[in-house]
Design a protein around this ligand. Sequence first.
Ligand code: AP5
Length: 217
Amino acid sequence: MRIVLLGAPGAGKGTQCKRIVARYCLAHLSSGDILRQERGAGTEVGKKAQSYMDSGQLVPDGLIVKMMAGAIGRVAESGFVLDGFPRTVNQAEKLDELLTAEGNEIDAVINLEVDDDIIAGRMTGRRSCPKCGAVYHIENLQPRVDGKCDNDGVALVQRADDTLEVVQNRLKNYHRQTEPVVGYYRENGKVHDIDANREPDEVSSAVFECLDAMVST
Ligand code: AP5
């Protein structure tokens, strides 16, 4: 399966992707995680992306498409879930070109729908493990030991772009630049809308129901 997961910042893309890849044995490609790795490693891509990410703007398409093309090419045959990419219609068109050239296509688009007014609380309460990437929330998804990752005991951190001001900017840019991507895929009849205002387990059940139906056909 080749899946795209869409949704506003804080819709739960990362949370649900981890569960999807575990259930269906797919590769998880998160453009945000890859960019943060590039930044951590001090690469040219990471340096160029830094100011955009810190202010909540999208990184230019050219940079992102080149970065994601390499990552997708390595797993295109075995299947993947894309998290955070594509985020503009131009990126979606480039992704289609890339896959079509190899005789592949996107099989399903999962669109996580969340009301704007609950997003700020999710983002500002998010904590993640700098070692394994596990994601928690100070109220909704607490670790067993306060402030420590369940997997490796490492101290959890807050992302620099999860401040209220930057979150509002990211949300504004989502509506302006990324929502049209849903319309792009809707034309192909591949979009499955999921109400993501619910508890994480309820969201997962709805996503699995939809993907299980695809696997069994
Ligand atoms: P990225 O890292 O992709 O950030 P994002 O899309 O803004 O999404 P998030 O990772 O913040 O949220 P999420 O939907 O994964 O939510 P999560 O599961 O963590 O991108 C960062 C930046 O990189 C961008 O701003 C941009 O600059 C750049 N970038 C990346 N891709 C790009 C591209 N293609 N083009 C250009 N620029 C790009 O959940 C959030 C919190 O809520 C967690 O604490 C979680 O525990 C909690 N939670 C999750 N689900 C639920 C639920 N159902 N109920 C209650 N709480 C929940």
